[in-house]
Write a protein that binds this ligand. Structure first.
Ligand code: AMP
Ligand code: ZN
Length: 114
């Protein structure tokens, strides 16, 4: 999608601090980190939000979580714990309309979130 900031990152049109990439997903550091470890994991295919996901995306969603687990270990937050967050829609605070999963760790995370 031409006016999507995350599609531009995927297409190397704007830079990012890349952590991981394969044929289905890419992961990079959040530009405005909310924790010592704060990365985003996103599908390369432009999907606006969880609301636009269906049966055809089941394998992709599973893949994202397997990658997340692998990156948590690589980033050293597996043992102490981490949080994977998806904000879907206005009231959840979704600002980028390309589905993405935040992975946060490296400090105590409050629950419930604000
Ligand atoms: P959300 O509010 O759930 O839509 O999350 C969007 C996230 O994308 C925010 O945490 C932003 O800090 C992050 N973000 C926006 N632009 C960039 C960028 N160019 N590179 C890395 N992260 C970004
Ligand atoms: Zn996009």
């Amino acid at each position: 999608m031409s006016d999507c900031i995350f599609c531009k990152i995927i297409n190397n049109e704007i830079p990012c601090e890349k952590i991981y990439e394969d044929d289905k997903v890419i992961s990079f550091k959040d530009i405005s980190p909310a924790a010592p470890v704060h990365i985003l994991i996103i599908p390369k295919k432009h999907i606006t939000s969880i609301n636009e996901m269906s049966e055809e995306h089941i394998e992709l969603i599973g893949h994202i979580f397997v990658v997340a687990k692998m990156l948590a270990k690589q980033l050293g937050i597996s043992e102490n714990g981490y949080r994977i967050v998806n904000n879907c829609g206005e009231q959840a605070g979704q600002t980028v309309k390309h589905v993405h999963f935040h992975m946060l760790g490296g400090r105590n995370l409050n629950w419930p979130p604000g």
